[in-house]
Design a protein around this ligand. Structure first.
Ligand code: URA
Length: 426
C-alpha cells in the first residue's frame, strides 16, 4: 500500500476511509510499514485529530491485529474497569475480586506504570510467585472457573497497540484523544466485554491535568465503546492528592488487602464502590455489603493461588510493617490542617526511589514508596506523622524525605476539600 499518501492526507486534514485505516494497520502488523513512517503518521494524527468514524476504524483495526477472547455463554456479564492512571491508585486490586463475588466475569488486562503513574501489573508482580503472563486461553478458563483473572497484555491481545504505544511514548504522541481512545478500547474490545467502567483522572498527577480534557476523553471513549456494543460509563475523578494513604507497589498491595479486610482508607473504598455501582446491575448498598462480607478477600487469595502465588509467603510478607531497608517518618512541625499532599511530587518521589519507570527498560523496586500519608483537609497536631518513606538506601531515603516535606503543606485554616468523583459520563 502507499502509506506515504495516507500520511500526506492526514497531514493536510483529510478524513481517511475506514478501509485505508484497516489496510494500514494490517500492513503495520506484518512489518510492511517502517516505524519512521508510522511515527510521522502518529504525529499527523496528533495535530489533525481523527473523526469519530476514523477513530472507530482505527480501534477495530487495532483490536483485529490480535485475538478476541471467546467465552462460553453463561449468565454472568463480562466486565472490566480501566483507569487512565494515577498515584496510589490500587482500585483494581480490590474491585476485581469484588466484581467476581458480585457475579460478574472479570478478564482484567492491566498495564505497567510509566512515569509517575503506577500500573496494576507492577503491583501484582510484588506478590511472591504471582504470574501475570497468562495466555488468552488461560484467561478464559480461569475467568470461567473463578470469575476473575488479572494479567498483562499478551502477545495475542491487540499486538498493534503494543507497538504503537511504544512508538508514541518516544515520539511525543501519547496525549492525543483519538490515539488514547483507540489504544484503550482496542484492548477492551479484545476482552469481548459486555460492559466497562472507566476511571478518567484529572489533576496535578494525571495524564489530563484539566477536567475539560478529561471529559473530552471520557466522552470519546464512552460513545465509541457504546457504538461497539460495550456499555461504558466513565467517572471523572480528581488526582491532585494520592488515592488512599500509600503509594509504591508493595505498599499499595498491603493497602488494597486492608481495604478487602474492611480497614482501608475511605476514599479508596468509596471509589471501589462507585466503580462497582456504575456497571450494569450495580448497586452501592449491595456492593458495600459484599465487600464487608469477607468473600472478596477470600476471592483475592483464590485469584493469587490460581496464578501461582505463594500464599504462605504472601501472608508472612503482609504482616511486616515494611520490606524496605530504610524507613523514615516525616512529622508535622506545627498543628493545623493538611492543605495539600501533592500527588505529582509523591509520584515523582516513588519513581525516583525505583518504584516507577524512567524508561521502558527500568527495573522496578517493589519495596519502596510512601505510606501513612496525611489526608487532604484533615486536622493534624504538631509531632503527628504526616507520612513515611520506604527506601533501599539511606541516600534515597534522605532525598525522598525532602520531597515528602515539599509535597505536604499545613495551613491554620481548614481548606476546601477536593472532590473524589467530579462527574459521571454515560
Ligand atoms: N492507556 C493506554 O492503554 N493507552 C493510552 O494511550 C493511554 C493510556
Amino acid at each position: 500500500m502507499n502509506f506515504l499518501n495516507l500520511i500526506e492526507q492526514k497531514r493536510d486534514g483529510s478524513e481517511l476511509s475506514p478501509e485505508a485505516i484497516a489496510e494500514a494497520m494490517a500492513a503495520f502488523s506484518t512489518g510492511a510499514i517502517p516505524d519512521y513512517q508510522m511515527a510521522a503518521f502518529l504525529m499527523a494524527v496528533n495535530f489533525q485529530g481523527m473523526s469519530v468514524k476514523e477513530t472507530h476504524a482505527l480501534t477495530l483495526a487495532m483490536r483485529d491485529s490480535g485475538e478476541v477472547l471467546q467465552f462460553p455463554k453463561d449468565d454472568r456479564p463480562i466486565v472490566d474497569k480501566h483507569s487512565t492512571g494515577g498515584v496510589g491508585d490500587k482500585v483494581s486490586l480490590v474491585l476485581a475480586p469484588l466484581l467476581a463475588c458480585l457475579g460478574y466475569r472479570v478478564p482484567m488486562i492491566s498495564g505497567r506504570g510509566l512515569g509517575i503513574t503506577g500500573g496494576t501489573l507492577d503491583k501484582l508482580e510484588s506478590i511472591p510467585g504471582f504470574n501475570t503472563q497468562l495466555t488468552a486461553e488461560q484467561i478464559v478458563s480461569q475467568v470461567q472457573e473463578i470469575g476473575v483473572a488479572m494479567g498483562g497484555q499478551t502477545a495475542e491481545i491487540a499486538p498493534a497497540d503494543k507497538r504503537l504505544y511504544a512508538l508514541r511514548d518516544v515520539t511525543g504522541t501519547v496525549p492525543s484523544i483519538p490515539l488514547i481512545t483507540a489504544s484503550i478500547l482496542s484492548k477492551k474490545l479484545a476482552e469481548n466485554l459486555n460492559a466497562l467502567v472507566m476511571d478518567v483522572k484529572f489533576g496535578a498527577a494525571a495524564f489530563m491535568t484539566d477536567v475539560g480534557q478529561a471529559r473530552a476523553l471520557a466522552q470519546s471513549i464512552v460513545s465509541l465503546a457504546g457504538e461497539c456494543g460495550v456499555k461504558t460509563t466513565a467517572l471523572l475523578t480528581g488526582m491532585d492528592a494520592p488515592l488512599g494513604r500509600a503509594a509504591g507497589n508493595w505498599l499499595e498491595v498491603q493497602e488494597a488487602v486492608a481495604c478487602l479486610e474492611g480497614n482501608g482508607p475511605e476514599d479508596l473504598e468509596k471509589l471501589v464502590i462507585a466503580c462497582a455501582t456504575h456497571l450494569p446491575g450495580g448497586d452501592a448498598e449491595h456492593a458495600r455489603e459484599e465487600l464487608a462480607s469477607g468473600r472478596p478477600r477470600a476471592k483475592f487469595d483464590e485469584l493469587l493461588a490460581a496464578q501461582g502465588a505463594d500464599l504462605d509467603e504472601f501472608t508472612a510478607k503482609l504482616k511486616k510493617d515494611s520490606i524496605a531497608l530504610v524507613v523514615k517518618e516525616f512529622v508535622s512541625p506545627i498543628g493545623g490542617f493538611v492543605r495539600q499532599c501533592d500527588a505529582r511530587i509523591i509520584g515523582e518521589l516513588v519513581r525516583d526511589l525505583g518504584g516507577g519507570r524512567l524508561n521502558q527498560d527500568s527495573v522496578i523496586q517493589p519495596e519502596v514508596g510512601a505510606d501513612q500519608l496525611c489526608r487532604h483537609g484533615s486536622a493534624v497536631r504538631a509531632g503527628e506523622v504526616l507520612g513515611r518513606v520506604h527506601a533501599m538506601t539511606e541516600e534515597g531515603a534522605a532525598t525522598a524525605f525532602g520531597r515528602l516535606s515539599e509535597a505536604i503543606e499545613i495551613s491554620t485554616d481548614p481548606p476546601e476539600l477536593p472532590v473524589l468523583v467530579a462527574d459521571v459520563v454515560e
